[in-house]
Design a protein around this ligand. Structure first.
Ligand code: EPU
Length: 416
């Protein structure tokens, strides 16, 4: 069984380059279905989730040519279901629903179930697409959807859903008339998608605010697009530098996407210098404890909650961590406790009492960001080797994480 092994205690030093954003790459790949022709994506991260998306799209007749960039040719798109074996590996497969309905008028995608971090329903995606005229049936665990030409609609999301907003945006580009999405998600990945759709000929405004307006067009055209840097990968390295008392320059990132984390890290005592596309983080001698509450962008991202919690395990004092996005995103707590962390969980709130040190231990990763938090804990753990198992979770969303940490001086490697 593959595992990552870490001998902790080394302050990270040097510079690290951030890869393209997973949560942009997936909707952008899906957006390429909206046109017959060849789109090119630059800065595509090498990740399992990207490979899974390719596998599903290949079944639908899409061709890929991969060099440094990813050329996606959707000319011969055909109707084919997105099977449960693949969808259960990656819930983001739901992102194919909007584009398939818009371009093809037909889609059949396995209904994603819950996952380790929560129930994660897709009711908001389905009700919005129904409001746009799609006929949607649930059949043997599959979403079966049909539409002639979708019609623009006024959509209000009860919760600002990221992939829901993306699905409706993509569907609306080819719909008849105007679509308004109110209480839309404002994440940078939404803006990245809107930018690519505009390059393809779509009329979209308001992305990055809570009201997005899309005027449907008859046809979209192939485009080329560079994927934004992964703010969660950048944030993971920032926290790692701070908690190992390191000095790391995070290169090729967008500081404006990391405002909430920068503010919290400064409160821990870390020194942060911000450039145009780089951030330098120097860890404090004594880490001060800081409270966080996860919120939709521009609030503190749920995808960095587990990593920040690892840092709070060795902070001076007591930190309260409130998770408001997913109902079960504290699964890393049990494993952190095995490394000596003092954490109490009460519903959606965790109270972390900082300890002087964490101790190396074998631990099991339970989801993508939980894996990262355990690796961070391993980087500071004392007395031996931390072994992180089930690292297939990590490979879904981090490109060569252990190699990047090793290049910063950490003693970390992968063993089969
Ligand atoms: N929700 C509903 N109904 C819906 C859709 C969402 O109730 O139809 C709820 C969810 O259960 C959750 C909240 O709304 O409580 C927000 O979920 P959202 O839909 O925004 O999440 P998502 O689109 O499924 C994306 C990212 C996640 C990230 C969240 C929140 C992608 C591919 N995934 O998920 O990324 O945590 O937004 O920012 O963009 C990760 O990368 O590790 C990851 C989980």
């Amino acid at each position: 069984m593959a595992k990552i092994v870490i001998e902790g205690g080394i302050p990270l030093k040097g510079s690290v380059k951030i890869s393209g954003a997973k949560n942009s790459a997936l909707p952008l790949m899906s957006a390429s279905l909206l046109t017959a022709g060849k789109c090119i994506l630059y800065n595509v991260p090498k990740l399992k989730d990207v490979d899974t998306m390719k596998d599903i799209m290949r079944e639908m007749g899409v061709q890929f040519i991969e060099e440094d960039n990813l050329l996606i040719d959707s000319t011969y798109l055909r109707f084919k279901e997105a099977p449960y074996e693949l969808v259960r590996q990656m819930r983001a497969s739901i992102l194919l629903l909007g584009p398939l309905l818009a371009r093809h008028g037909r889609a059949r995608i396995a209904l994603p179930g819950g996952c380790a971090i929560g129930a994660r329903p897709v009711n908001l995606h389905l009700s919005a697409l129904s409001a746009m005229g799609a006929e949607i049936n649930l059949d043997k665990g599959y979403i079966d959807a049909k539409a002639n030409r979708l019609k623009g609609a006024d959509i209000f999301f009860d919760i600002p859903t990221v992939t829901g907003t993306e699905n409706v945006m993509m569907a609306a580009t080819l719909a008849e008339g105007k679509t308004m999405i109110r209480n839309a998600a404002k994440e940078p990945e939404i803006v990245d998608l809107a930018n690519m759709l505009r390059s393809m000929g779509a009329y979209i405004r308001g992305d990055g605010t809570d009201t997005i307006v899309i005027d449907g067009v008859k046809e979209l055209y192939p485009a080329e697009h560079r994927i934004i840097p992964d703010r969660i990968e950048a944030g993971t390295f920032m926290i790692a530098s701070a908690m190992t008392r390191g000095e790391v320059e995070i290169k090729d990132c967008r500081p404006e996407h990391l405002g909430a984390l920068i503010e919290k890290l400064e409160k821990t005592g870390a020194e942060i210098m911000i450039g145009d596309e780089n951030i330098f983080v120097k860890g404090p001698d004594r880490i001060r404890s800081v409270d966080i509450k996860t919120m939709p962008f521009p609030g503190f991202p749920t995808d960095l909650q587990a990593q920040f919690m690892s840092m709070m395990c060795i902070a001076d004092g007591c930190s309260v961590i409130k998770e408001t996005i997913f109902e079960n995103r504290f699964i890393h707590v049990g494993e952190l406790r095995r490394m000596g962390a003092d954490i109490e969980v009460n519903g959606s709130q965790a109270t972390v009492k900082g300890r002087k040190r964490l101790l190396a231990a074998p631990v099991v990763a339970t989801d993508l960001r939980a894996s990262a938090s355990l690796i961070l804990a391993g980087l500071v753990a004392e007395q031996g080797r931390t072994e992180v198992y089930e690292i297939h979770h990590l490979d879904r969303g981090y490109e060569s994480l252990e190699k990047k940490f090793a290049s910063l001086g950490a003693k970390i490697w992968r063993e089969s």
